[in-house]
Write a protein that binds this ligand. Structure first.
Ligand SMILES: *Cc1c(COP(=O)(O)O)cnc(C)c1O
Length: 426
């Protein structure tokens, strides 16, 4: 599979049926698995053999789909989680503990911001947020001796800033820690962060990967490139024996290619139990089979809508990295040469009320707390997803009160533009 193009991987990676087996991935709708002897099962518990024993930790359906996502991202191992939130929490908590510190881009999804700034802080994990456009000096100054990870989003939701992945990877590696990139918006069809130096990639598969608004889910992919043992003092969880697994040292027993995902599965999934249901994994795989066909259409519609809005007198500004006037155009040309995604954000004249009135008049685009599915939808972040944030935090995340986030679906772009045009008239 490795040598095939991304489109072929979308369709076929992860599951190769043998003679007489089902062509489509089977949904293994079973909580548990049967063994002939306790000895056989004991080997699984000791991580001496691979296999399944309980779906809270692993399930074959999930593993087929995780293997496909790992292949798409160019990683060595992958796992599915119940949601994107669980994916980001696991990716961070797998290498952080009480007393650790995270350097994160300030331009990230509101849920992830709360996770890092509030919930993980309660666990004794501190964070420093840096603007994605900070200089290398500012970025390096954010590190502390206890920094264990750097975090950012390829295209941030909802600010649509583009992460300079190489800059963040360079700083992370100079400080002996991995870069974790949430690649939800571009998907591996439009950007593969591992190729630019990211070590771990996460996804809310709820978005384009599923693509139909059908199933909440998440995924983590390990590049296999980070040398844990070279920084053993920083990552005791991976580099010293795990008492809860009979003294296994993940980094030495499973190597750089598999240590991270094995630990996240056997420890975090065991203890937190945020597994994706096999049914959802099956739906996710249906989405992945057409991801490479859908993404260019989302980009085409996003570009057309962004261009229309940018020229409209009732619109103050448009954020879309495919517009040559956009602040992130140059970075997008580098990291997203085929386009980023179908999400456009813009500020309507008249602030909060202007945005509210405009959204009320839309006929095709529905008001939803969602992005990145087949149907066009929109949202005013300040009054919905980001309402917990203070005005200052909103500003740092690049969100104004009148900002509308519009996720362009797979409809005809002329119909989308006609809908916008009538909603902007009055
Ligand atoms: C939606 C989203 C998340 C959270 O994912 P859920 O599946 O809703 O838990 C995380 N990161 C980004 C960039 C997102 O868009």
């Amino acid at each position: 599979m490795k040598s095939y193009k991304i489109s072929t991987k979308c369709v076929q990676a992860g599951y190769t049926p043998r003679n007489g087996e089902p062509r489509q991935i089977p949904i293994v709708q079973s909580t548990t698995f049967k063994y002939d002897t306790s000895e056989d099962m004991g080997k699984l518990f000791d991580l001496e053999a691979s296999g399944y024993f309980y779906t809270r930790l692993q399930n074959p359906t999930n593993d087929y789909v995780a293997a496909k996502i790992a292949a798409l991202e160019g990683g060595t191992a992958g796992m599915l989680t119940s949601s994107g939130q669980a994916a980001n929490f696991f990716a961070l908590f797998n290498i952080c503990e009480c007393g650790s510190h995270i350097v994160s881009s300030s331009s990230i999804y509101g849920g992830t911001f709360n996770l890092i700034a509030v919930t993980m802080a309660k666990m004794g994990i501190e964070a420093t947020f840096v603007p994605p456009d900070c200089t290398e000096e500012e970025l390096n100054a954010a590190f502390r001796p206890n920094t264990r990870a750097v975090f950012g989003e390829t295209i941030a939701n909802p600010a649509l800033t583009v992460l300079d992945i190489e800059k963040f990877a360079k700083a992370a590696h100079a400080h002996g820690v991995p870069l974790i990139v949430d690649n939800t918006f571009p998907t591996p069809v439009n950007c593969r962060p591992i190729e630019w130096g990211a070590d771990i990639v996460t996804h809310s598969t709820t978005k384009y990967m599923d693509g139909h608004g059908a199933a909440v889910g998440g995924a983590i992919v390990d590049s296999g490139k980070f040398d844990w043992m070279a920084h053993a003092d920083k990552f005791p969880g991976l580099c010293t024996p795990d008492d809860s697994y009979h003294g296994i040292t993940y980094a030495t027993k499973f190597g750089n290619g598999a240590a991270f995902i094995t630990k996240a599965t056997s420890q975090l999934m065991r203890d937190f139990g945020s597994i994706q249901s096999p049914q959802n994994a099956f739906l996710l795989n249906l989405g992945l089979e057409s991801l490479h066909v859908r993404m260019p259409r989302h980009v085409e519609n996003g570009q057309a809508v962004a261009e229309f809005l940018a020229a409209h007198p009732k619109v103050n500004f448009v954020n879309y990295s495919g517009l040559p006037t956009d602040k992130y155009y140059a970075l997008a040309q580098k990291y997203l040469p085929n386009g980023g995604c179908g999400v456009v954000s813009f500020e309507i004249k008249g602030g909060r009320t202007g945005a509210e009135n405009f959204m009320k008049r839309l006929k095709l685009a529905a008001i939803e707390t969602h992005v990145a599915d087949a149907r066009t939808c929109c949202l005013n972040p300040a009054t919905s997803t980001h309402r917990q944030m203070t005005d200052e935090q909103l500003r740092e995340a690049g969100i104004s009160a009148g900002l509308v986030r519009m996720s362009c679906g797979l409809e005809d772009k002329e119909d989308l533009i006609a809908d916008l045009r009538q909603a902007l008239e009055d």
